[in-house]
Design a protein around this ligand. Structure first.
Ligand code: BES
Ligand code: MN
Ligand code: ZN
Length: 515
C-alpha cells in the first residue's frame, strides 16, 4: 500500500478526487476543521441532527454527497481523540472500505488541529492493520480494495508536526505486515528453512546482515537442548542470526530472541486435537523479530540490534525426545525434559547462551511460551518478566506509547522450587500453578551475563475464532523500545529521512510485498 502525507485545507479537500474521504471527528466537536464548505456543513448537520456523535469507532457513510469530489464520504468518530480512539476510528473506517471499490482514500485529520506525531503514527499503523489481508494459500487472491491512503492535514505547521510520526508509521506498518504474514502462513508454508529464507530476504535491505546456521553448526556449538526438540522432526532446524548495524562498531547491541517453533504438536507429550492448528502460530516471537528488522531497515535508528531465531518443529516421532530424557544445553547445564510440550524454553535457553557472545546491553526474548500467560492476562497485555528494572520500565513505556501493551509479572526465586529434580540441574516444567512465571524462571537461569527481559506473547500474538489471524504484536512495542534506546544513545543517525519530501507533499511507497 502507498501512503502519502499532504497539506490540504478542508475547502480544498472538497474538490480532491478520490474513491473515499474519511473524516475523523472528535466527540462534542466545536471545531470541525472548516465551516462553509460542503463537507464541513454535512458533518455539522449530522452532528446537529443527533445522527452522529463522534463516539470512537462509530461511522456514518454517504454516497456521492453534493458538492464533494469524493465518491464516498465516511464520518468516523474519534471520541476524545486519544491515540487508542484514533486507532479504533481508523480501523473501523478503513475496515468498512476494504471489501468495496475504494482504491484511493483520503483521511482528513484537520478536525484534530495540529496533532502530535503520535497521533499520525497511530493513524498510519491502523490503516496498515486494517488493509492487511492474508492471501498466500488462497489461489484466488482477494486483496484489499484500498491501495493508496493520503493523510491530509490542514497546514504546513500541522504537516511538519506530523511528518516524523508519519514516517514512523509507514515503517512500522511494513514490519507489522511482515510479522503477520509469516505468522499466518501454515506450517507447511513456513518451515524452519522457509523462515530462514524470509530472514535472508531481509538481508538484502540496507544495514541488515543475515547468517543461517544448520544442524551441523548448531551441533558444533553444543546446543543440545535446541537439537533435542528438533530431533523429532523431518524438517531440519535453522538457527537464524540477523544483524542490524545502525550505530558504531563499538556500540553494544540489543539482542532480540524470537521463539521459532514452526509447529508445536507437543511432541510425545502430545496436545489434544482441538485447536491444535493454532500451534502454527508458535513462531510468532520469530515473526516479530523479522518484522522488527523490516522496520529497522526503514527507520534506520542509530542502534545496533542482533536478532536470534531458533527455528524447528516440535513433533512426535521414533527419534523424538521422551519425558524423562536428560539433555545438555549449550550453557553446560543439564535439563530433564519432563514434558516435551514445554519445548519453547528448550530452544530459547540455547539461543540465550549464544547471545552472550555479543556482550549485549540487553537481551529481550519474545515467545508464545505458555497457556498459563493466556489465562493470566488474556489477549490485552503480553506478559513481561525482567531481571532489570530499567529494562522492564523501558519495555512497559514502549508498550504504552505504541498501544502494544504488556504487564510485568514477578520472578521471585521461590517460583523456581518446582523446577528442581534429582536427575539433572533443572527440570523443564514445574507444577501447573504459576506456569508463566515458572517458565520465565527456567529461562532466567541462562541469562546471568546480561540484563534480560522476556515477553510471553501467547495471548497477544494471534486471535482465534472467526477473526483467526496474527496480530503482528509485539513489533510496535519492540520498535518503540529500540527507538527509545537509540534516542538515549544520542539521536537518530538517519540523515536521509524515510520520507521523501516534494514541497508540501510527502510520499512514501509502502507496497505490502513480503520481504
Ligand atoms: N506453545 C505453547 C504455549 C501456548 C499454548 C501458547 C496455548 C498459546 C496457546 C507451549 O509450547 C506449551 O505447550 N506450553 C505448555 C507448557 C506446559 C507443558 C508446562 C503449556 O502452556 O501448556
Ligand atoms: Mn509446547
Ligand atoms: Zn510451543
Amino acid at each position: 500500500m502507498d501512503f502519502e502525507l499532504k497539506t490540504l485545507t478542508r475547502a480544498r479537500i472538497c474538490t480532491e478526487k478520490c474513491d473515499a474521504l474519511v473524516l475523523l471527528i472528535p466527540q462534542n466537536a466545536g471545531e470541525l476543521g472548516g465551516s462553509d464548505d460542503p463537507v464541513s456543513q454535512l458533518a455539522a448537520l449530522a452532528i446537529k441532527s443527533g445522527d452522529f456523535e463522534g463516539k470512537a469507532g462509530k461511522l456514518l457513510a454517504a454516497y456521492r454527497p453534493h458538492g464533494v469530489a469524493a465518491i464516498r464520504l465516511v464520518l468516523a468518530g474519534v471520541g476524545d481523540g486519544s491515540p487508542k480512539n484514533i486507532r479504533a476510528a481508523v480501523l473501523a473506517a478503513i475496515g468498512s472500505l476494504k471489501n468495496g471499490n475504494a482504491k484511493r482514500v483520503v483521511v482528513d485529520l484537520s478536525a484534530l488541529g495540529v496533532l502530535g506525531s503520535e497521533i499520525m503514527r497511530t493513524a498510519v499503523v491502523a490503516c496498515g492493520d486494517a488493509v492487511y489481508v492474508y492471501n498466500t494459500t488462497k489461489p484466488k487472491a482477494t486483496p484489499s480494495a484500498v491501495e493508496r491512503v493520503m493523510m491530509a492535514v490542514p497546514s504546513a505547521t500541522a504537516l511538519s508536526a506530523a511528518a516524523a510520526g508519519f514516517s514512523k508509521g509507514v515503517g512500522l506498518a511494513k514490519g507489522i505486515a511482515l510479522a503477520k504474514e509469516w505468522a499466518n502462513r501454515p506450517a507447511n508454508y513456513a518451515t524452519p528453512t522457509l523462515l530462514a529464507g524470509a530472514a535472508k530476504d531481509l538481508g538484502k535491505l540496507p544495514g541488515i546482515k543475515v547468517e543461517i546456521l544448520g544442524p551441523k553448526e548448531v551441533a558444533k556449538l553444543g546446543m543440545g537442548s535446541f537439537m533435542a526438540v528438533a530431533q523429532g522432526s523431518e524438517e531440519p532446524l535453522r538457527f537464524i542470526v540477523l544483524r542490524y548495524d545502525g550505530a558504531g562498531k563499538n556500540a553494544a547491541p540489543v539482542v532480540l530472541v524470537g521463539k521459532g517453533i514452526t509447529f508445536d504438536t507437543g511432541g510425545i507429550s502430545i496436545k489434544p486435537a482441538a485447536e491444535m492448528d493454532e500451534m502454527k502460530f508458535d513462531m510468532c516471537g520469530a515473526a516479530s523479530v523479522l518484522g522488527t528488522f523490516r522496520t529497522l531497515a526503514e527507520l534506520k535508528p542509530a542502534i545496533n540490534v542482533i536478532g536470534l531465531i531458533p527455528a524447528c518443529e516440535n513433533m512426535p516421532d521414533g527419534r523424538a525426545i521422551k519425558p524423562g530424557d536428560v539433555v545438555t544445553s549449550m550453557s553446560g547445564q543439564t535439563i530433564e525434559i519432563l514434558n516435551t510440550d514445554a519445548e519453547g524454553r528448550l530452544v530459547l535457553c540455547d539461543a540465550l547462551t549464544y547471545a552472550e557472545r555479543f556482550k549485549p546491553v540487553a537481551v529481550v526474548d519474545i515467545a508464545t511460551l505458555t497457556g498459563a500467560c493466556v489465562v493470566a492476562l488474556g489477549g490485552v497485555r503480553s506478559g513481561l518478566f525482567a531481571s532489570d528494572d530499567t529494562l522492564a520500565n523501558a519495555l512497559m513505556d514502549a508498550g504504552e506509547s505504541s498501544l502494544d501493551l504488556c504487564w510485568r509479572l514477578p520472578l521471585d526465586d521461590d517460583y523456581a522450587e518446582g523446577l528442581k529434580t534429582n536427575f539433572a540441574d533443572v527440570a523443564n516444567v514445574a507444577g501447573r500453578a504459576g506456569g508463566a512465571v515458572t517458565a520465565a524462571k527456567f529461562l532466567q537461569r541462562f541469562t546471568a551475563k546480561f540484563a534480560w527481559a522476556h515477553l510471553d506473547i501467547a495471548g497477544t500474538a494471534w486471535k482465534g475464532g472467526a477473526a483467526k489471524g496474527a496480530t503482528g504484536r509485539p513489533v510496535a512495542l519492540l520498535v518503540d523500545y529500540l527507538l527509545g534506546q537509540a534516542a538515549l544513545a544520542g539521536g537518530v543517525q538517519n540523515s536521509k529521512p524515510a520520507v521523501k519530501s516534494r514541497g508540501s507533499k510527502t510520499r512514501v511507497s509502502a507496497k505490502p510485498s513480503v520481504a
